[in-house]
Design a protein around this ligand. Sequence first.
Ligand SMILES: NC(=O)C1=CN([C@@H]2O[C@H](COP(=O)(O)OP(=O)(O)OC[C@H]3O[C@@H](n4cnc5c(N)ncnc54)[C@H](OP(=O)(O)O)[C@@H]3O)[C@@H](O)[C@H]2O)C=CC1
Ligand SMILES: CCCCCCCCCCCCCCCC(=O)[C@@H](N)CO
Length: 329
Amino acid sequence: MFIYILLVVLVLGALGLVIHFSLDKKVIYKDLKDKHVVITGGSSGIGKAAAVEAARLGAHVTVIGRDTGKLTAAVAEITASCRDQKNQKVQYVALDVTSDYKAIEQCFVSIEEKLGPIFMLINCAGMCICGQFEKTDPDVIKQMVDLNYFGTAYPTRCVLQGMKKRNEGLIVFVSSEAALIGIYGYSAYSAGKWAVRGLAESVIMELVGTNVRLTLAFPPDTDTPGFKNEDLTKPEETKLISGTAGLHSPDDVGKQMIHDALTGKTYSVYSVTGTLLTLLFGGSLESGMQVVLQVLSLSVVRIIMVGVLLSFYNIVRDGLKKKNEVKTK
Ligand SMILES: NC(=O)C1=CN([C@@H]2O[C@H](COP(=O)(O)OP(=O)(O)OC[C@H]3O[C@@H](n4cnc5c(N)ncnc54)[C@H](OP(=O)(O)O)[C@@H]3O)[C@@H](O)[C@H]2O)C=CC1
Ligand SMILES: CCCCCCCCCCCCCCCC(=O)[C@@H](N)CO
């Protein structure tokens, strides 16, 4: 028995060490002094909170969105958070990130002309409209992939070459916990967020040998204007299921997102459910320690997950029962 345990410990230890020494070293930044940070969706919710934190850490900030009223108000708030009011610059650029590639590229060229090479790009523009798939307007299905996937893929393509050339840079993709598990009512939405996850894990492998890093964020429900809006039409089943992960504050999520990127984390998670879901379904080699934890816990976490999934299916069945009762009355 003792020999068996010793053997398992040795094998796992060796696995952890091999992974540790095979990975590119972590690039860690203490702050963002004089760095140019660009945040799509930086005029509201999580993106605005991330912009405020970047300003606190000394960055020059560009926020991107469509509504100039919201952008102007956000610029005032971000400017007030700058730690060096005299030297830090904050600007907004009105751009629809679902535009065609050429328009986005031109915009990124002019952003860099104004505030310098982009050190960090946070792709936070996104939206969610809930509902059963067959009841979702086909235009909305397309709009969500345009925004949640292409709205991240195109800006990222614009900055990658420059970052690789300068051999420094940070990119953040804002996915969702709904990209780790399929959920009733998130059908049209989650597809774009899963795509973002696929893109992230492939691009991460393409960054090998460079000092450019990509962080994939998996927020749970977060109390933002976007969330309040999506909640208006959210089916009860979706509320009950996604409520499992709790409701989080945009300030906490935005702040942690920045710090996870600065400390070289591959995944940025904000809840226990996020930690468990990335343990189960995450594909990247975050660290030797994480892989060892995965090996040790997978079967137990999988069993818990099956229980959780069954309870989610029950929520849907209960909903169906209630709807049928209403119909027959
Ligand atoms: N809140 C939540 O519960 C969760 C959110 N997320 C993700 O986090 C991100 C931020 O969400 P949240 O803070 O709630 O969202 P908000 O709705 O509060 O903010 C969205 C931001 O994106 C901008 N935006 C929307 N569409 C476009 C567009 N076509 N082009 C450029 N900018 C655009 C908005 O500005 P404007 O409208 O002026 O263009 C706004 O600045 C999204 O990607 C969302 O999917 C993930 C998990 C949970
Ligand atoms: C052992 C494993 C246990 C796992 C528990 C699973 C819990 C699932 C919770 C999923 C929450 C999804 C929130 C998505 C929010 C979102 O993206 C929207 N609000 C968009 O704005």
